[in-house]
Write a protein that binds this ligand. Structure first.
Ligand code: ADE
Length: 231
């Protein structure tokens, strides 16, 4: 079983590389892919760089070139749902692109013909995450994640994304990874720990908490791998 673990920023993948300790590095398409194994699982890791285009390229490469059969995304997000606080974990039940807009032609936000507003996550991986959360006595909130090529630091924009997509959190890669995995029939799982509230303080909060929240997310991914290895 070849499992891909993906982040957007180096800080999101470094805790995992440090944990695995030994890995080979393969360069492809201006990016590095890290190949390792863990408890009998073949693992390929990469951070894509920020944004939907980079994330799509990396997700497609992980699947098509490196043979990933499942993809786990680990990283940080801005909270939309006020119940989500710094360091809280959220796993996407489904994802939408909040900046995809052909409403001029009568379509809803996030929709293009032959596509769908939302892409749903793999139910087996969601169930696995619930089991791991129970075992570790951790709270992992399930919710909708909205993705766009903007760092959101504006309460009005955040509220708009919240009401338009019923979103609980927002970030800059998840929905594009979801589109790629869905098209290529690869089960995916998008996990994020909250780094900020996507409001006017988001930039400061992100700088302060990005590292610690990225580690919280990475630790949960390791617990999921432990569970997968036992299955
Ligand atoms: N990732 C973490 N915080 C974010 C924010 N406020 N906007 C977009 N992506 C983010």
């Amino acid at each position: 079983m070849q499992i891909a673990i993906m982040g957007a920023m180096v800080e999101e993948i470094t805790p995992l590389l440090e944990y695995f300790n030994h890995y080979d590095t393969v360069e492809f398409a201006k990016n590095k892919y890290y190949v390792t194994s863990y408890k009998g699982l073949d693992i390929i890791l990469a951070y894509s760089k920020i944004g939907k285009v980079n994330a799509s390229l990396t997700a497609a490469t992980l699947i098509e070139r490196f043979g990933a059969q499942k993809l786990l995304f680990s990283g940080v997000a801005g909270a939309v749902n006020p119940s989500l606080k710094i360091g809280d974990l959220i796993v996407a039940t489904k994802l939408a692109q909040h900046d995809l807009d052909i409403t001029a032609f009568g379509h809803p936000h996030g929709y293009v013909p032959e596509g769908a507003v939302y892409v749903e996550s793999d139910s087996h991986l969601l169930t696995l995450a619930k089991r791991v959360a129970e075992q570790k006595d951790l709270h992992v909130q399930e919710g909708i994640i909205a993705t766009g090529d903007q760092f959101i630091c504006d309460s009005v924009k955040k509220e708009w994304i919240g009401t338009t997509f019923n979103a609980d959190a927002l970030e800059m890669e998840g929905a594009s990874v979801a589109v790629v995995c869905d098209a290529l029939h690869v089960p995916f799982f998008i996990l994020r720990a909250i780094s900020d509230a996507a409001d006017m303080d988001a930039g400061f909060s992100f700088d302060e908490f990005m590292n610690s929240s990225a580690k919280i997310s990475a630790n949960f991914i390791i617990a999921m791998l432990d569970e997968m290895a036992n299955d």
